[in-house]
Design a protein around this ligand. Structure first.
Ligand code: FAD
Length: 335
């Protein structure tokens, strides 16, 4: 593909797959426009902040074997939680999981606005063919962007499909065959730390993971300890992730109902729970894919329409990174 003065590739989604795809395209001189409905980068690797507390309520940590991905995650901090296998290499950001996306974004936003335009807080509602050639994108605010030669969608399959309902393309059949699952996560702060490992996997049928966020490197510094007669007591800070069956059964429950249900499971496992200073449930509607596509991207070369994301090959950030990388290389090679 020849470099052009104006953006030619529109990327919907600034999670790990979209950012990685953009970064390789930009390196090769391809102009990009990047869109995300959120106000920040990272998608499901984003970090929630509340007062002094940080919660990795999506991606809890990064691990992998892909050489390029390892290069990126090794810029973060190695986390060796009690409860992990001794040989495991888990990486976390001191400022939260969103640090990985922010690092990739910092490198790409250094490109001139002519080469990269970034549109955060922009929900794309429709991708439509232009009569002559290429695509236009429309936002929920009624804005139109483009035309672009090529559109890359990195939203989870049901959301990507929604953007191209009126378009005839070979990728729509694959997209419509994919099903996602939802996951509830509970963010919790207690006035004392609970007696449990830093990382607990599948402790029972309802909870699939508990992470003591306070055990991650440099997170303790972000906590305000509470003064007791004996001195400073360290607060406990946790992210509980519900299992798939539990999340499905309670997919329409309220945040308050989920909070109570998950707290009662936690209490049974490691109770009694100390005084709760903060709790908030979050539902990830498209947390992961039930069965991955089995190839690392979708690309309708004739029409200039493509899709990438973790769901192509798995359920991890590494899968998203590989998918975005492979699609970018295919665009460059085949453009
Ligand atoms: C609870 C939970 C725990 C997890 N734990 C781990 C873990 O420990 N380790 C690990 O490696 N992975 C984990 N994952 C998986 C990891 O988060 C994902 O694999 C990875 O973040 C997917 O990246 P992506 O770019 O493919 O998709 P996403 O991160 O979903 O990015 C897609 C982006 O598209 C945007 N978007 C969607 N629709 C539109 C639209 N219409 N207009 C504009 N923008 C749009 C979204 O806002 C989002 O930013 C976890 C996920 C969840 C939910």
């Amino acid at each position: 593909m020849q470099p052009k003065t104006h953006p030619t590739v529109a990327i919907v989604g600034a999670g790990i797959s979209g950012l990685r795809c953009a970064s390789i395209l930009l390196e090769q001189g391809v102009s990009c426009a990047l869109f995300d409905k959120s106000r920040g980068f990272g998608g499901r690797t984003s970090t929630r902040r509340k007062d002094n507390w940080l919660f990795d309520h999506g991606t809890g940590y990064f691990s992998g074997t892909d050489t390029d991905f390892l290069k990126h995650i090794k810029t973060l901090r190695l986390w060796q939680p009690k409860g992990a296998q001794p040989q495991e290499r888990l990486y976390v950001g001191t400022a939260g999981s969103s640090e990985l996306a922010k690092n990739i974004a910092a490198a790409i936003t250094a490109y001139s606005p002519k080469t990269l335009s970034t549109h955060l807080g922009t929900t794309i509602t429709k991708v439509s063919p232009v009569t002559t050639k290429g695509w236009q994108l429309f936002s929920s605010e009624g804005e139109a962007f483009g035309p672009f030669d090529l559109v890359v969608m990195t939203a989870p399959p049901p959301q990507a499909l929604h953007l191209i309902t009126d378009v005839e393309s070979c990728i729509t059949q694959d997209l419509s065959s994919l099903q996602t699952y939802c996951t509830w996560a509970l963010m919790l702060v207690t006035d004392e730390q609970m007696a449990m490992p830093d990382l607990v996997r599948a402790p029972n049928a309802e909870i699939s993971r508990i992470i003591a966020e306070h055990s991650k490197p440099q997170r303790q510094m972000l906590q305000a300890g509470s003064e007791t007669s004996g001195g400073l007591v360290r607060q406990g800070q946790y992210v509980l992730q519900a299992g798939r069956a539990f999340s499905k059964t309670h997919s329409d429950a309220t945040q308050e109902e989920i909070t109570q249900l998950m707290l009662s499971k936690l209490d049974t496992l490691y109770g009694p729970i100390p005084k709760i200073l903060h709790s908030q449930a979050h539902r990830w509607l498209h947390a992961g894919i039930k069965a991955p596509l089995g190839k690392s991207y979708l690309f309708d070369r004739t029409q200039g329409l493509a899709a990438a994301g973790d769901w192509c090959i798995g359920t991890t950030a590494e899968d998203a990174f590989i998918s975005g990388s492979n699609l970018a290389r295919a665009i460059i090679d085949g453009g």
